[in-house]
Design a protein around this ligand. Structure first.
Ligand code: KG4
Ligand code: ZN
Length: 348
């Protein structure tokens, strides 16, 4: 089964052709990072306009790279929730139009499902075993999801405020680093001392997370280090810090953020001892440090999975993988004539 998948939920325009859920025949991603690095963040209207400019060439290239035509495609799949409204609109309108014109079955897929299913991509690679715990860490989400089997999702922990990726992006801004903050902090942290500044772990009951306190803690620690009043605007701080201080803050923050994530995952494992694999997914899962720390914590006891790096950020290959397993589980097609987008919605 060959699925043509489309993703446009935030600032990447992507299309891919995926065979039987795991074999990638093509994977095209056009990122708007260069545009938004200038603004320091995503501007929804600009993102939607950029999607509109490139979506048809991106779809065309995905077919061309796969060496296929519309006649070879069995199914069209698209991300329909959650994400930026205007961005989702461009991808879903394109996918709906193609499904109607080419008379193909149509599947609308949840973005977080797709991030999780990025861990099934690959030829002959080992697959995660159920039951499993998925840690989804992206710019918009931080969740622990229990999966009893394919396409069964139970959210057992979620952030009460900021997502972890969002926290990386905000701290990066304070440290004078470009958008997106995650990769920039990751790089700078490599030359920093993670023990230099001790940052608090939030006390949140159960399996939920909170990251807004950590962001404020970093801000206060920087102000204390510089001995400036807490009313000093955050955009003035980066210029006052030395290169080494910035690196030390990046490393201390990064380590604390990952400790917080892994502590909760450990508590979740205690509550679900039957779990056979851990799956880490979403943009933040690209981090080598997070991968190392997760392997150190769980690697001996369990199988730990991360997506191949090109599939950890937003892409359409993961949408094709997720759609395939929906189809296998008997999920019904979506009606392409019905508008079906939602900026916010829960997985499952
Ligand atoms: O999954 P994703 O591409 O988009 C959303 O669905 O949100 O995740 C983007 C997030 C951004 O916050 C970005 O800063 C973060 O993933 N990120 C990273 C790294 N690469 C991307 N965070 C930490 N370390 C990285 N290497
Ligand atoms: Zn994403």
């Amino acid at each position: 089964m060959k699925i043509l998948a489309i993703e446009s939920s935030c600032d990447e325009t992507a299309a891919a052709v995926v065979e039987n859920g795991t074999r990638i025949l093509s994977n095209v991603v056009v990122s708007q990072i260069d545009i938004f690095a200038e603004y320091g963040g995503v501007i929804p209207e600009v993102a939607a306009r950029s999607h509109l400019e490139v979506i048809l060439p991106v779809v065309h290239k995905a077919l061309e790279d796969a060496g296929l035509t519309k006649y070879d495609i069995d199914v069209i799949a698209v991300t329909h929730t959650p994400g930026l409204l205007g961005s989702l609109l461009i991808g879903t309108l394109t996918a709906r139009m193609l499904a109607i014109l080419w008379k193909k079955p149509f599947f609308a897929v949840h973005h977080l499902k797709s991030h999780i299913y990025a861990n099934w991509i690959g030829n002959g690679a080992e697959r995660p075993e159920f039951p499993l715990l998925a840690l989804v860490v992206s710019g918009g989400h931080t969740q622990i999801i229990y999966m009893q089997g394919h396409n069964q999702f139970e959210i057992i922990g979620t952030t009460r405020d900021d997502a972890v990726g969002e926290c990386f992006d905000k701290i990066a801004k304070i440290l004078g680093l470009p958008y997106p903050g995650g990769p920039a902090i990751d790089k700078l942290a490599e030359v920093g001392n993670a023990e230099k500044y001790s940052l608090p772990h939030p006390k949140v009951a159960g399996l939920d997370f909170s990251f807004s306190g950590l962001k404020t803690a970093v801000l206060r620690a920087i102000q204390a280090e510089l001995e400036v009043p807490i009313t000093t605007p955050s955009y003035e701080l980066a210029g006052m810090l030395s290169e080494q201080q910035r690196a030390d803050f990046a490393a201390s923050f990064r380590a604390t953020a990952y400790e917080i994530l892994l502590e909760k995952l450990k508590t979740a494992l205690d509550e679900y001892p039957e779990v056979k694999s851990i799956v880490i997914a979403g943009g933040v899962s690209a981090s080598t440090k997070l991968r190392e720390m997760a392997m150190m914590e769980f690697g001996e006891q369990l199988k730990v999975f991360f997506p191949e790096r090109k599939f950890s950020g937003d892409n359409a290959a993961m949408v094709g993988a997720a759609a395939y397993y929906e189809i296998q589980e008997g999920v019904r097609e979506t009606d392409p004539y019905v508008l079906n987008i939602a900026p916010r919605s829960k997985i499952g």
